[in-house]
Design a binder for this molecule. Structure first.
Ligand code: FAD
Length: 321
């Protein structure tokens, strides 16, 4: 029986991080393939509300661990608590969404459990002893099928590849008392959030991204994004040049997004950028070079100057409204 334990991530304001629900779906597929149950672990100063937010989403038990040292995420505090619970539950699979926190936490949990680790899994294949997972390699140019052979296995989940776990009712919350860290090595000092009126890049239905072709002028990108209630993204060239903050970068070393609509303007379509957006439902590219590689992944391609095409598109959308 391969029980699965999923880490429940909180947003800085304490609410549930949506990507947790994608990780639960991956956990459900693993549990189905191995004949186990899905458990979840929520850690917070008072974990009740966070645990309640997921209990109805196809989880048998949400283990709610409360304590002052869980008020803010610190890997050295969270990893021992997750690893100890996994041992108590005899969990075979321990996972989280592949967010910054999930990527930081799970390798540490894996080290504590002497577990093999698969990062950013995209699907679950096989069943019983033959269960394997797929994950991207070489910026998504190859997809590897990985079978983990250690007794306990850890994983992070590429949220864009799994649906959100639906609320089906039934789960329960069980409080538990994780041991306080003996000698904290790292202390939470502060959190500076970049406030934006736009939707979060990884959760937006529409993303408008600009590349080096903008020459640093994001006026047309932001104008169109505002018209579409979209998030703004950028290529690495833009972020490296300091034209936009790094947290807008889409790609292999940035964020992975899969919105309903992704508009790439003045972006050449390097493999490292495409790795972060090729899962988008519809891709629109605006580039003045007809040979730009972005047109190979685009559903709709417009060979045009973005400074002319984007304001025209914005005006047409406004008129259509
Ligand atoms: C290890 C590694 C990791 C990387 N990770 C990432 C990553 O996460 N994300 C990422 O984006 N990149 C990443 N890169 C960089 C990547 O290889 C490219 O260098 C980068 O994506 C190029 O950005 P760009 O398309 O904006 O610029 P360019 O490649 O310079 O393309 C600019 C495009 O704009 C077009 N253009 C110019 N003017 C106009 C105009 N007026 N109207 C319309 N089109 C115009 C041009 O025709 C051109 O196609 C990584 C590279 C490495 C080596």
């Amino acid at each position: 029986m391969g029980n699965v334990l999923i880490f429940v991530e909180a947003n800085p304001d304490g609410s549930l991080r949506k990507a947790t629900l994608n990780a639960i779906t991956a956990g459900q597929q693993l549990a189905k393939a191995t004949g186990g149950e899905v458990h979840a672990v929520a850690l917070a100063k008072d974990a009740g509300a966070l645990a309640n937010a997921v209990k109805a989403h196809g989880v048998k038990v949400v283990h709610a661990g409360s304590g002052p040292h869980f008020e803010h995420y610190v890997a050295e505090d969270f990893a021992p608590a997750v690893a100890a619970l996994a041992t108590t539950l005899k969990a075979e699979w321990v996972g989280a969404a592949a967010t910054s926190i999930g990527r930081d936490l799970l390798p540490r949990v894996a080290a504590k459990l002497k577990a093999a680790m698969a990062s950013e899994i995209m699907s679950v294949t096989g069943s019983g002893a033959d269960v394997a997972v797929t994950r991207p390699m070489w910026a998504g140019a190859a997809i590897a099928t990985v079978k983990l052979s250690s007794p306990v296995k850890c994983f992070t989940v590429r949220a864009t590849e799994f649906a959100l776990a639906e609320a089906s009712g039934g789960g329960e919350v069980q409080p538990f008392t994780p041991a306080a860290p003996e000698k904290p090595l790292t202390k939470f000092v502060g959190f500076k959030e970049v406030k934006s009126a736009r939707p979060a890049l990884t959760e937006a239905r529409v993303v408008v991204s600009g590349g080096r072709g903008t020459k640093g002028d994001f006026g047309p990108i932001e104008g169109l994004a505002d018209e579409l209630h979209a998030a703004v993204g950028a290529s690495r060239a833009v972020c490296d040049a300091g034209w936009q903050p790094n947290d807008l970068q889409v790609g292999q070393t940035g964020k992975v997004v899969a919105p309903q609509l992704y508009i790439a303007a003045g972006i050449s379509g390097a493999i490292q950028h495409v790795a972060g957006m090729k899962g988008s439902k519809t891709i629109v590219a605006v580039n003045k070079d007809p040979d730009a590689p972005i047109f190979q992944v685009a559903d709709y391609g417009l060979v045009a100057d973005l400074f002319k095409a984007l304001p025209e598109l914005q005006a047409a959308i406004k008129a259509a409204k």
